[in-house]
Design a protein around this ligand. Structure first.
Ligand SMILES: Cc1ncc(COP(=O)(O)O)c(C=O)c1O
Length: 484
């Protein structure tokens, strides 16, 4: 991408030696090498001749002459009203590629038509007008005193608003003092795990299957990750007990990636486990806002505030690019989490925090959620209908909430082979095995092959087409040829 500097062009380093010959020639030489070295690239503006003359303290005519020479040599081009831009040099004229060795360039990958990646919201529905209004309001109304480094726990206003939201919508019971604003769930997890490690909790159970990245995050924070199997009721607490862990990370509202909800008995059992081992439950309140067929189940944090650390973010509800989230923790952990944040990143962007607080407080966030919830429900219904048509009933699981579901493939079909065949046809989809930590127990039955279908950012037309392509990929793998 070429940077489109403003009209006058940015300053460019040119150093003149007044004892070393013609100044115009020196300017020309230095600009020529800046262009050859690609310090300024094709399409970028050079500073105006007036600006260069002013900065270097030379006559404007001297600079104009140098520019005209570059124009004649083909290094730059100029058009009335748009200043002087660097021209595209013929091949071989520019700088040698800086990387002379190293890995060979990857062959151009096939353009991806449809991507069923989980965890991406509908990027076309991000409420940009409301966000930009909220940023404008924040810029106008945030007291000057708050433009300094904020309180390391985060903006008091946002902490008030987020905890009020969590109490109202998620049946939580945290107050602003229990909240730390972070740059998304992952950062919250990193700070929380580092705090647990400092307090002697050095082993955590992670849902299996689940994002393997979480084990890496744990390892870096000095916490050992142990996989704990998930069944149709969510995390198996009996297995968790066997691990000796005193912490666990769960996605109770919509397990990532199987889509099951943590059953009511399991919720109670999990809290009882935490009491027994003097442990802590990290609740990733992932997908909780998108529940379609039943009333949402409240946050575990509301059930056991002294044992649960709730982590949330707006990556799914607004956009990953906003990169704001929160950790709601029992008092004994808050100072540690704030210290981690202060020492690694000091704070979170103050104007964005204020904008998010305003967006939530004025009801625009809730309105947006109502809108996208209906989009996702429609997409989910289309997905369910299309899968039924292509694969028969009972193949799709985890549809009650969220923006991803699990497609169970016919027994004996390799999920990896299906994903590869679908990719060859331009559809990206992840096999469930991609989320398994440990190889399935060799003594038990082989796990049912399955694919994880994220549909948040795939429109209805593409969902239909994508499922037909996946069905054709399954037929390919089984040696039966279908048509799409
Ligand atoms: C299981 C899970 N929880 C939470 C998140 C949100 O993470 P973040 O807020 O860092 O974008 C993700 C993102 O992909 C996720 O996969």
């Amino acid at each position: 991408m070429t940077v489109q500097w403003g009209r006058g062009g940015p300053d460019l380093l040119v150093v003149l030696d007044h004892g070393a010959g013609a100044l115009g020639a020196q300017i020309g030489d230095q600009l020529r090498s800046a262009i050859r070295d690609q310090r300024v690239r094709a399409g970028e503006h050079l500073p105006s001749t007036r600006r260069v003359a002013e900065v270097l303290g030379v006559a404007r005519g001297t600079v104009v002459e140098a520019y005209e020479q570059l124009l004649a040599e083909g290094y730059v081009e100029s058009a009335v009203g748009s200043g002087t831009r660097v021209a595209t040099l013929p091949a071989g004229e520019g700088r040698e590629p800086t990387r002379k060795s190293g890995p060979a360039p990857r062959p151009a990958s096939r353009p991806v038509g449809i991507d069923f990646a989980y965890g991406i919201p509908d990027l076309g529905s991000v409420p940009l007008a409301e966000w930009s209004q909220a940023v404008a309001d924040a810029t106008k109304t945030l007291p000057t005193a708050e433009l300094g480094d904020d309180d390391s726990a985060g903006s008091p206003h946002l902490r008030e608003v987020v905890t009020a939201y969590h109490r109202r919508v998620r049946s939580g019971c945290a107050d602003a003092d229990d909240a730390v604003v972070v740059a998304g769930f992952r950062q919250g997890l990193t700070f929380t795990l580092a705090t647990l490690a400092r307090q002697g909790i050095t082993r955590i159970g992670l849902e299996n299957p689940g994002p393997r990245e979480h084990a890496e995050i744990a390892g870096r924070a000095g916490v050992d990750a142990v996989p704990v199997d998930v069944d149709d009721d969510g995390l198996d607490v009996r297995r968790l007990r066997e691990t000796g862990a005193r912490a666990v990370l769960v996605t109770p509202a919509h397990q990532c990636p199987t889509g099951v909800a943590l059953g009511p008995a399991r919720r109670r059992e999990l809290v009882a486990w935490a009491d027994e081992v003097d442990g802590v439950i990290l609740e990733d309140d992932y997908d909780a806002e998108f529940r379609y067929d039943r009333q949402p189940v409240g946050s575990l944090q509301g059930l056991s505030p002294s044992r649960v650390i709730a982590l949330g973010s707006v990556s799914k509800t607004l956009a990953p690019a906003i990169r704001l989230g929160w950790v709601l923790a029992p008092a004994r952990f808050v100072a540690g989490i704030v210290d981690e944040k202060r020492l690694t990143s000091r704070g979170a962007p103050g104007l964005d925090q204020e904008a998010l607080a305003l967006l939530m407080e004025t009801g625009r966030f809730d309105r947006h959620l109502r809108r996208v919830r209906s989009t996702y429900r429609d997409r989910r219904d289309v997905l369910a209908a299309e899968v039924r048509l292509a694969f028969g009933a009972g193949r799709l699981h985890g549809l009650e909430a969220g923006c991803h579901a699990l497609l169970r493939l016919p027994e004996g079909v390799s999920e990896d082979a299906v994903a590869a065949a679908a990719a060859a046809r331009g559809v990206q989809v992840k096999p469930l095995g991609h989320y398994r930590f440990a190889p399935a127990d060799a003594r038990g039955p082989a796990p049912t092959p399955a694919l994880v279908l994220g549909f948040g950012n795939v429109d209805e037309h593409r969902i239909r087409r994508g499922i037909r392509i996946i069905a054709a990929a399954v037929a390919d793998v089984r040696g039966v040829h279908g048509h799409v």
